[in-house]
Every structure is written in structure tokens, then in C-alpha cells.
Design a protein around this ligand. Structure first.
Ligand SMILES: Nc1ncnc2c1ncn2[C@@H]1O[C@H](COP(=O)(O)OP(=O)(O)OP(=O)(O)O)[C@@H](O)[C@H]1O
Length: 673
């Protein structure tokens, strides 16, 4: 196929130079997409159907399933794309429901070399059901480098989400390591296959929590042949296109909490609409002069037009554009009454008349969303006027800047301010909607951030993925129903993933002790890994903690794969020095691990979504204390405890948090004594 693409001669088919360049670009992309990847095999599975299929051009009994479609010199398929309908039973067929599959074969590879296969005769009742050794091997393989695709081993409950139709929005709650991120990315790849044309027009977007996370996942979609999906963070999303707004400030938790609250949307709506000046009914008429005639629109009629526009709840900018036409219409009615026969051109001319323009400027002035937010945060009286009955005095005080900003460029904007600006921009002009948005680690968004994401899929659909127990912002959502309400997708279906692929049984059991305190009611994940994993808690003498951490890292590095040393952000510099002094080179999160550089020093605040074969977690009590409140601290600890693929060593000098040692009262229980 690559040779064919390379040999394409376009001289005869392109009429001009521009066409030729476009076509040449397309062909180059195709050749690139057809590159041979040494360690990525062409197929990973085979299905033998009992009956010949004749569906969507695929006919026959036997199909090889792979990452992409491959055909032979005659154009007959040799490998079927994993996303094609014919491939679906590879993921879904079971002994109970064989879906006409006689044989399912899984192929195992080692660095691109075929080394094993595994057969299941789904329609043979005599054959016992076995768990897949290849799946076990895949889950337990050492982790080095960025996240990889899971196409060869997508599980049935995951596949249901991956292949759900584009039209519906989905919300996936899943404990750590249940594959939410993997599923979200594969879902994008699936949708781009199944709805390619529609999504090529409307676009797709993946939103993750921060840059290091995005760097960790960025190679999954390209490996699946999807090179053009945009991946961004909420912070970047809302600042895109804001040239003069530099986000370089941070809010206090109290300020961020108010700025992220959904009531701010109403404050902003009022603030924008406060610019509209409804004409005084008894005031002067608007006079439009055309040729020798003067047309009068009385003030009460203008007021009526303006009130109608306000009641229609249009975007501020759209209403501003509609107003001159409405006024012109009122003039035209008068012309007709006077026996004239004005047409559309006359109406347009009247709408552009200087007197009409001046009236519109007075009644419905242009509003700059950035300046509007600047004024709200700088001008206590203006804020009080808009927030009356919505925000209390303390709340208003919390969001007002200590020193009013002089101008847009010099203001110290925070990420939450940028979200307010985004809301204000949408009040002026509707934000365009994409076809599909995937939002990962969704539990951490504020209501205002959900609204910002919701705007970008208002006419499309969304897949949101998260874990309530891992919510570590003061505004983390209490429930998915609340989040979906803010997103504007209350009808979305909530699915739960419970099978854990990352964290070993002993480790998830230990971390789950925190669940009653951080998310009562959430189910503990089950680990589908065979190996129980290495797990140890070590107490170090005060003053010898860093030394103990370094020793634990050395032991971890004796194994294959990556090691992450996770600690409270404040403890990081000292640990970094200890590692360097001991001659252990280390990376920052998001820097790619490789065979030669396998140790990463991870601040607890950036651990979310990442994973390491071995994790050394230093001083749980400090991780908890690093957050503004205990529940958030325990949730941060839960995130840190659930990053390990093969083993976890907890090193501590202070007492462990009581919730972890089992000494804390559980929710609903009373403390002893
Ligand atoms: N079906 C599967 N086959 C093989 N590996 C899988 C499968 N599903 C998930 N994994 C692996 O399990 C690990 C955890 O997956 P992922 O990071 O997507 O989980 P998550 O639910 O997003 O976790 P967290 O809540 O911690 O962010 C990854 O290494 C992923 O590749």
C-alpha cells in the first residue's frame, strides 16, 4: 500500500499548480500514515465466523484484526480495522453470546515479533472458559515511556463505551486504573472512524488536566492513525485567542471557589445587560431623515423594541446587530403608511443611517468582555450592583482585587478569571460547538469550567471521564449529576468501570481504606491482575526519611520499568537534593522515561493520571497536610497511592493518617470511648 502511494503519478489528474500541491500534501500524509513501525504489528487478532458475512463490503469467514485496514494488490482486505463492525465480536463475543464466531485468536508479540497465540472456540461448549494469559502479560508488562494504546485487549465493558454512538453524551465514573483515559482516547479514534466526515467538519477535542498529563497521553491517538486530534487543558482552552490577557496570578482558595461558582454566570449576565439603556418612554423621538422627508420613531416605541430584544434572551452581540434592523422596520412601516413602497434595500439603508447608528450606540453599546470582567473585579460598587442577592458581602470581597487593575495588559489574571472572561465572551457572541469533546479527570472542574467545556459541545456530544474520589480541588464536583447539569448535558448516561488494570490487589486494598472518608458510597475497584504486587510500609527515624526514600528508590530501580518517587510538593526540593547527592538522576513528570532514565520525582499535585511500575510514596501525612482541608488532602493521598503498577513502598517518619491505619472512625461510626 505504501509503495502504491509512493508511485502515484498525479501529473495527469491535476489541472493546475494549486491542486497539484494539495494532492501532493495528501499523498505525503498518506505515505506517513502508512509508515512501517518496527514494533507495531499489522494485526493482533483473528476471527473465524461460522457463516460467511457479507456486510459493508467485507465478505468471507476469516478476518485478521489490526490497528488499520490493509489490503492486497487486488484491493482485497487482508487486515480489518479494529473499529469496523466486523471486528466488534473480537471484543464482545463470549461463550454465552458467541455472535457467530467459531474461533477467536489473539496474537502475542515481543517488540514486533510474533511470539504466541491463544485460541478460544467460542461455539464449543466442551471448551472451558479461561482468562487470557496475553491480557495478563499486557497488563503486567513493565511501563517505560509514554502511554500506549490498548486496542489488542479492550475489555467488553470498555468496548461498550468506546463504541457508543456519537449522538449521546456519556459520563464514566471509574476507580483508579480502570482504563478511563485509555477508553476516552480509543473512543475518539472510534468516533473518527465511524463518523469521519461529520467530525472532519465539526471537529473533536481532548481535554486533560495539565501539560505533563497531555505529554504522557499524546502518542496514543497518533499510534491509532489519528494524527490531527487537538489535545488541550481547560486553562489553555479558555485563554486561546485572548491576546492581551496574561494568566500569571493565582487565586486564594476562597476567591477561586466564588469565581468558579455557577452564580458568577448570572452575575456576568446581569453585568452585560446592565449596559443596555432602555429609552425613557417620554423622551425624544428618533428622527431619520431621508431625502426631503423626516421619519419619527417615538421613544416609547424604541423602548418597546429594546424590551422585546431583552426578553428574547439573544446573545448581547446578536441583539445589538438586530436592533438597527428593528428600528429600520419601524421606519418602513411608517413609509408604507405614507404610501411609499420601500424594499429591503431601503430597510438596509435606514439601518445604516447615522441617526439610527447613534441611537444604537447609546442604547446598546458595544461591550468588551475582558474589560467587563476587569471592571467587575476592580470596581466594588459595580460588582455590588450586579451581585446583589447572588453573592454575599464576604464573597464579593473575596473576589475583588486588592488593587484595582489599571488595564487589561497589566492586570494579574488568574486561571479562574480567564474562565469568567470566556463566559462573558459567550454572552456577547455564541461560542462555536465542536462535534465531540472528551473531558478527562473531569471531577476537578469548577461549575464555571464545566460551562466553558459545555459551550464547546453545545450542539455536539461529550464523553466525560473521572473519579469522584480523586477530586482534589476545593470546587471538585460532589456528583456527576451536578457536573452534567453545569455542562448542559443532564441527559448523559453515567456508566461505571470497576475492573482495575493498573493497581495490584494489595495496593488498591490499602488505598481503598480511604474511600469511606473521601467518597462514601463509591465501590472499591477490583484488580484483574494475577500478581498481588509488592507492598511495604516502612517507618524511618526522624531525620533519616530522605535516606530511607533513596534506599527504597534504589531497590525499586533494581526491577525493570519505571519508578516514581511521589511526595508532598513542599518536600520535593529536599528529596531532589538527596537523590542527586546519592547519584540518582531523575526526571520531572511529563519527561519521557526511557531504559536509561527510569526515575521520576513527582509532586503529589501532578501525580494524577500518571503511572509507574514502582512507586515510593514519602510521608503520607505531609501529602494530606499540603492541602487546604483534610478531605482534599486524603483524596490527594488516594491519587498518590494508586499510581503503582507492580509495587508500592510507603516511607514515613511521622504517624500515618488515621484513615489509613484503620484507626479513624468510619463515616457513620462513632469514635470509641
Ligand atoms: N483493556 C486493557 N488492556 C490492557 N491494559 C489496559 C486496559 N485498560 C486499561 N489498561 C491499562 O491500565 C492502566 C490504567 O489505565 P488508565 O490510565 O486509562 O486508567 P484511569 O482510569 O484513567 O486511571 P486514573 O483514574 O488513575 O487516571 C494503563 O496503563 C492502561 O494502558
Amino acid at each position: 500500500m505504501r509503495a502504491d502511494a509512493e508511485q502515484l503519478d498525479i501529473a495527469d489528474v491535476t489541472a493546475n499548480w494549486v491542486n497539484a500541491e494539495v494532492l501532493r500534501g495528501d499523498i505525503e500524509l498518506r505515505i506517513k500514515a502508512l509508515a512501517d513501525l518496527a514494533d507495531t504489528p499489522l494485526f493482533f487478532g483473528r476471527l473465524d465466523y461460522l457463516h460467511s458475512l457479507d456486510e459493508e463490503g467485507e465478505s468471507g469467514h476469516r478476518f485478521y484484526i489490526g490497528r488499520r485496514h490493509v489490503h492486497d494488490a487486488d484491493g482485497d482486505p487482508m487486515v480489518i480495522d479494529w473499529r469496523a463492525p466486523v471486528s466488534q465480536p473480537f471484543y464482545r463475543a463470549t461463550k454465552q453470546d458467541p455472535q457467530d464466531v467459531g474461533l477467536r485468536r489473539r496474537f502475542g508479540y515481543d517488540g514486533g515479533e510474533l511470539t504466541a497465540y491463544e485460541d478460544e472456540h467460542l461455539s464449543d461448549p466442551a471448551e472451558a472458559e479461561r482468562s487470557s494469559a496475553l491480557l495478563q502479560r499486557e497488563i503486567e508488562r513493565p511501563r517505560v515511556g509514554p502511554m500506549r494504546d490498548i486496542v489488542a485487549t479492550i475489555q467488553p465493558e470498555q468496548d461498550e463505551i468506546v463504541r457508543a454512538p456519537l449522538a449521546g453524551s456519556l459520563c464514566v465514573q471509574g476507580a483508579p486504573g480502570t482504563g478511563k483515559t485509555a477508553v476516552g482516547l480509543h473512543r475518539v479514534a472510534y468516533l473518527l472512524y465511524a463518523y469521519r466526515e461529520r467530525l472532519a467538519r465539526s471537529g473533536t477535542l481532548v481535554i486533560g488536566p495539565n501539560r505533563s498529563f497531555l505529554r504522557y497521553i499524546e502518542q496514543v491517538l497518533p499510534a491509532l492513525g489519528e494524527l490531527e486530534v487537538r489535545q488541550t487543558t481547560v486553562d489553555e482552552l479558555v485563554t486561546a485567542g485572548l491576546r492581551d490577557v496574561q494568566v500569571r496570578g493565582a487565586d486564594s482558595p476562597a476567591a477561586a471557589l466564588v469565581k468558579g461558582d455557577a452564580r458568577m454566570a448570572e452575575v456576568l449576565r446581569r453585568a452585560i445587560r446592565s449596559h443596555v439603556r432602555v429609552p425613557d418612554e417620554g423622551g425624544e423621538s428618533l428622527v431619520v431623515v431621508r431625502g426631503s422627508r423626516r421619519w419619527r420613531v417615538p421613544a416609547y416605541e424604541l423602548a418597546q423594541l429594546v424590551r422585546e430584544l431583552l426578553a428574547r434572551d439573544m446573545r448581547y452581540g446578536a441583539a445589538r446587530e438586530a436592533l438597527p434592523q428593528r428600528i429600520a422596520h419601524a421606519v418602513l412601516v411608517r413609509m408604507e403608511r405614507a404610501g411609499e413602497a420601500p424594499d429591503d434595500r431601503v430597510q438596509n439603508a435606514v439601518a445604516r443611517n447615522a441617526a439610527v447608528k447613534a441611537a444604537v450606540k447609546e442604547i446598546w453599546p458595544q461591550v468588551d468582555p475582558v474589560k467587563l470582567v476587569l471592571r467587575l473585579l476592580s470596581d466594588a460598587d459595580f460588582l455590588a450592583g450586579q451581585a446583589a442577592g447572588l453573592l454575599g458581602e464576604e464573597e464579593q470581597k473575596a473576589i475583588l482585587w486588592d488593587r484595582p487593575a489599571r488595564g487589561v495588559k497589566s492586570a494579574v489574571w488568574s486561571p479562574a478569571d480567564a474562565v469568567l472572561i470566556d463566559e462573558a465572551r459567550d454572552l456577547v457572541e455564541r461560542t462555536g460547538s465542536l462535534g465531540h469533546v472528551v473531558l478527562d479527570e473531569a471531577q476537578d472542574l469548577s461549575p464555571m469550567q464545566y460551562r466553558a467545556v459545555g459551550r464547546r459541545c453545545s450542539t455536539g456530544s461529550v464523553t466525560i471521564l473521572g473519579d469522584i474520589a480523586q477530586g482534589t480541588t476545593p470546587w471538585a464536583t460532589p456528583s456527576w449529576a451536578v457536573a452534567l447539569g453545569h455542562l448542559g448535558k443532564p441527559e448523559a448516561v453515567v456508566e461505571e468501570l470497576t475492573q482495575g488494570f493498573r493497581v495490584p490487589r494489595t495496593v488498591i486494598a490499602y488505598a481503598s481504606r480511604l474511600l469511606p472518608a473521601i467518597a462514601p458510597g463509591l465501590a472499591e475497584a477490583t484488580s484483574i491482575r494475577d500478581s498481588p504486587g509488592a507492598f511495604e510500609v516502612r517507618r524511618a527515624a526522624p531525620g533519616a526519611r530522605a535516606e530511607a526514600a533513596v534506599a527504597a528508590c534504589r531497590e525499586a530501580l533494581a526491577h525493570e520499568g519505571s519508578t516514581g518517587l511521589i511526595a508532598a510538593d513542599a518536600d520535593l526540593p529536599a528529596l531532589g537534593e538527596a537523590l542527586t547527592a546519592a547519584g540518582l538522576a531523575h526526571l520531572a513528570p511529563g519527561e519521557e522515561t526511557s531504559a536509561g532514565a527510569r526515575l521520576t520525582l513527582v509532586p503529589a499535585s501532578l501525580a494524577k493520571g500518571l503511572e509507574y511500575d514502582y512507586v515510593v510514596l514519602v510521608e503520607p501525612a505531609a501529602v494530606v497536610a499540603g492541602e487546604p482541608d483534610r478531605r482534599t488532602g486524603l483524596r490527594r493521598l488516594y491519587v498518590a497511592l494508586t499510581r503503582a503498577v507492580s509495587g508500592l513502598t510507603v516511607v514515613h517518619a511521622e504517624d500515618l493518617p488515621a484513615e489509613l491505619t484503620g484507626c479513624a472512625p468510619r463515616a457513620g461510626e462513632r469514635p470509641a470511648g
